[in-house]
Design a protein around this ligand. Structure first.
Ligand code: IPM
Ligand code: MN
Length: 353
């Protein structure tokens, strides 16, 4: 039997994106040798620099081209000289929506208690996954200004939730919870007490679907209370499912309790299409070119990518190596405080493989 061949699109992007992507690729290369698979990768220069030179974000043809790959590995999008919103909607959200990556999967896992800002929490206390809806809600960009620029101005921003969109997200979360097979508990995180249209639909759909998953325990928390429980009792959570905006907010808090942006990775998943994996922290312009940024989030993103394309053994080995490096080598997970440079951390993970 021939070796499996994968095609990976790589978008290093802006700021420290290229530095962390280089380390992720180093680990991918080492994993391919050890676990006997082949891949080709192609680098795309989408990001702030190209935008400043050409005025281009991503066009339809470039979006189409990305569909030919098995997966996408993204560094970071965001440039201090580009007005906020342009690159985010023109590149990141355009790919998420254009490739219908309707799930944003964000594991929150503490690898070493030394790096947890919460008192007395251990790795077994912080190990859950947030399933964030990634194609609708407030991110849909629907709304309008009325009487713009006047004293009577009104700005309307709509949270757009379709039954189909909500149902496919919830179904993914139920299936994911079953497959993960940990505490088999799925928590719906919403705001049923105030947002009585959107969260009525979510709650009704959740209640209908749960009858199909009798093996999964279900729970509900309001989003504000969820942030409180993340700090007080993170051990209560197994899999959390929520909408796009709430998912955005709670996963930054999730990243902090697992040790910070240096370690937090996520996947933008289209279960029947092309998915994109990224460290969830931004482009960190102030650390650009200093080789002090933590590449582990990007390396963990490669781990998620490997799992999704079907290289589970390689994925587990990457995670095991990351855990070892985190707990036996690093002084901190924060940029500039690790005790190693960006590429030394990448080398340590490769050695650990
Ligand atoms: C994230 C980011 C993005 C989001 C921004 C950059 C558009 O914060 O991936 O969480 O809001 O989804
Ligand atoms: Mn975010």
């Amino acid at each position: 039997m021939g070796k499996k061949q994968y095609k990976i699109a790589v978008i290093p992007g802006d700021g420290t994106g290229p530095e962390v992507v280089a380390e992720g690729l180093k680990v991918l290369e080492a994993a391919s040798k050890k676990f006997c698979f082949d891949y080709k990768h192609e680098i795309f220069d989408y990001g702030g620099e190209r935008y400043l030179k050409t005025g281009k974000t991503i066009d339809e043809k470039e979006l189409e081209d990305l569909k030919k790959f098995d997966a996408i590995f993204l560094g970071a999008i965001g440039h201090p000289d580009v007005k906020p919103g342009i690159l985010e909607t023109g590149i990141l959200l355009k790919i998420r929506f254009g490739l219908d990556q309707y799930i944003n999967l964000r594991p929150v896992k503490l690898y070493d208690s030394r790096f947890c800002p919460l008192k007395d929490k251990k790795p077994e206390d912080i190990d859950f996954v947030v399933v964030r809806e990634n194609s609708e809600g407030l991110y849909k960009g629907m709304g309008e200004f009325q009487k713009k620029g006047t004293k009577d101005e009104v700005a309307i921003q709509i949270s757009y939730n379709t039954r189909k969109g909500v149902e496919r997200c919830l179904r993914y979360a139920f299936e994911y919870c079953r497959k993960r097979n940990k505490r088999k508990t799925l928590t719906l995180c919403g705001k049923t007490n105030v947002l009585t249209y959107a969260w009525d639909l979510w709650q009704r759909t959740f209640d209908e679907l749960k009858r199909e998953y009798p093996d999964i325990k279900t729970d509900y928390t309001h989003v504000d209370a969820t942030t409180m429980w993340f700090v007080k009792n993170p051990e209560w959570f197994d899999v959390i499912v929520t909408d796009n905006m709430f998912g955005d907010i709670i996963t930054d808090l999730g990243a902090m309790i697992q040790g910070g942006m240096g370690i937090a990775a996520g996947g933008n998943i289209n279960p029947i299409g092309v998915s994109m994996f990224e460290p969830i922290g931004g482009s960190a312009p102030k650390y650009t070119g200093q080789h002090v940024i933590n590449p582990l989030a990007a390396i963990c993103a490669v781990g998620m990518l490997l799992e999704t394309i079907g290289e589970e053994k390689a994925a587990s080995a990457v995670e095991a190596s990351v855990i070892k490096v985190v707990s036996t080598k690093l002084k901190s997970l924060a940029a500039g405080k690790m005790g190693y440079s960006t590429n030394e951390v990448g080398d340590l993970v490769v050695e650990g493989l």
